[in-house]
Design a protein around this ligand. Structure first.
Ligand SMILES: [Zn+2]
Length: 186
């Protein structure tokens, strides 16, 4: 039985015959996630012992959200600007942190929560700062990183609903909903 923890290494997911240990994978991952490993070659010791080769600052997946900026660069829209607040550039960070409505959400939370540099960091550093932060959301037993992930997902959905369905939700309701979702994961 293999259990997921911070010390789990790739080598623990490889059988002596050199193939992936699918039994272990099925214990650890959702079936959809398994698909990502089907075409991934098994690690070998030729390239050395297990180590982290993930370099977030170079990894494009951090910024794959289909914003107006990315649509503009793909000639899918005429302007990279934000349709909600009119800012000249609707980037991922703009949607998740800096848009006018979003900004007031974070300000209401940061009033109670101590998160230095929260509003000054670039996207990847901002994500890492929050995902690494396990302090509890003030007044709750919800870790900040769990709440943060829940909230940015709700912000993204709310941003899209606002633009494509003219549907809005109050900041208070958004925070409550994010906290309720976060509680499901702790
Ligand atoms: Zn905006």
């Amino acid at each position: 039985m293999v259990t997921a923890n911070n010390d789990l290494k790739v080598s623990q997911l490889v059988l002596p015959n050199g193939s992936w240990n699918w039994v272990a994978f099925r214990q650890l991952l959702h079936p959809h996630a398994l698909e990502h490993f089907f075409n991934s070659p098994v690690s070998t010791l030729i390239v050395g012992p297990d180590r982290c080769i993930w370099e977030p600052e170079k990894h494009a997946l951090w910024d794959k959200v289909l914003t107006n900026v990315s649509c503009y660069h793909r000639n899918l829209t005429d302007t990279p600007s934000c349709q909600i607040c009119g800012a000249s550039s609707e980037s991922s960070l703009h949607i998740l942190r800096d848009c006018s409505t979003t900004g007031t959400i974070w300000l209401s939370l940061l009033h109670h929560q101590s998160l230095p540099d929260f509003q000054n960091l670039a996207l990847v550093d901002w994500l890492i700062l929050n995902i690494d932060n396990r302090q509890l959301l003030v007044g709750t037993n919800v870790p900040w990183n769990v709440f943060f992930c829940s909230l940015i997902w709700q912000i993204w959905k709310c941003h899209n609903s606002h633009i494509f369905a003219a549907s809005t939700i109050s900041n208070t309701d958004l925070i409550h909903m994010s906290r309720a979702w976060a509680l499901q994961y702790i």
